[in-house]
Design a protein around this ligand. Structure first.
Ligand SMILES: NC(=O)c1ccc[n+]([C@@H]2O[C@H](COP(=O)([O-])OP(=O)(O)OC[C@H]3O[C@@H](n4cnc5c(N)ncnc54)[C@H](OP(=O)(O)O)[C@@H]3O)[C@@H](O)[C@H]2O)c1
Length: 244
């Protein structure tokens, strides 16, 4: 099978583990050069080895997404090393699980900074590069809580609603241009994050991170005029999305 992303450059945040690592490896398997970002350099290096083993190339660019200067440096470094950008995957995220009354302003600010503010800044700072691509893609990894409300997750839910809202607006703003904006809203995926907030879900019932990665690859390789703006992805044992 020919590699469909040969010559393309993708930037994946939260690539040090979990869903981001799976996305990076899947894009690498299609021949992309993947800029891997996160804070843990040893973990990013592990992802880098996996991307190379899959047939792609990797550049490790650590960043602290709470810090705008660090985000700007990530984009500048991507441009300096790769000279182009075709795909931005805003995947990094944190959760916070507590009753609203026990959620501090700092907890809220941290969720907001990483889950909504950083993707906003990354979209803004990468758009000039994405507009130069033949086709540019922004894939925002939102959540089931971008659409629904789960108890004990008010800060996380608010930030993920914001991410989805920003994506809706930007998708409309960029309609007809070469840049498409996609949102993926997964339910429980088998990562460290879900094991912290939903230890009640059996591991065997969770979605595999590589299943989310497959969807990203589909979105950024699909040729033609059909566009899937938003993907709602649930665990097979959970209620279908159209049942409220
Ligand atoms: N797992 C699920 O069930 C699930 C469901 C729906 C949506 N999601 C979403 O999917 C995305 C990935 O989640 P995951 O389950 O793979 O989580 P995870 O295993 O906890 O990984 C989170 C990633 O985000 C990075 N990150 C966290 N804080 C950061 C910061 N301040 N600066 C830079 N990077 C930071 C982490 O890297 P470092 O620690 O190296 O910085 C890590 O690579 C998140 O947006 C999450 O909300 C997950």
């Amino acid at each position: 099978m020919p590699q469909r992303l040969k010559g393309k450059v993708a930037l994946v945040t939260g690539a040090s583990r979990g869903i981001g690592r799976a996305i990076a490896v899947a894009l690498g398997a299609e021949g992309a050069t993947v800029v891997l970002s996160g804070r843990s350099v040893p973990d990013l290096k592990t992802t880098s080895q996996q991307v190379s083993a899959a047939g792609g190339a990797a550049e490790v660019v650590p960043a602290e997404l709470e810090d705008e200067a660090s985000i700007r440096n990530l984009v500048a470094e991507t441009n300096r090393r790769c000279g182009r950008l075709d795909i931005l995957v805003n995947n990094a995220g944190i959760t916070h699980s507590a009753p609203l009354a026990e959620t501090t302003t700092e907890d809220l600010d941290r969720c907001w900074a990483i889950n909504a503010r950083a993707p906003f800044i990354l979209c803004r700072e990468t758009l000039p590069l994405l507009k130069q691509a033949e086709r540019g893609y922004i894939v925002n990894i939102a959540s089931v809580v971008s659409v629904k409300g789960y108890p004990l997750q008010s800060a996380y839910t608010a930030s993920k609603h914001a991410l989805r809202g920003m994506s809706m607006s930007l998708a409309e703003e960029l309609r007809g241009s070469n840049v498409r904006v996609h949102v993926i809203c997964p339910g429980g995926v088998d990562t460290e994050l879900v094991s912290r907030v939903r230890p009640d879900i059996e591991k065997a019932d969770l979605i595999g991170p590589e299943e989310i990665a497959e969807l990203v690859v589909y979105l950024v390789t699909h040729q033609g005029n059909a566009v899937l703006d938003e993907l709602h992805v649930r665990r097979a044992t959970s209620s279908p999305w159209f049942v409220s």
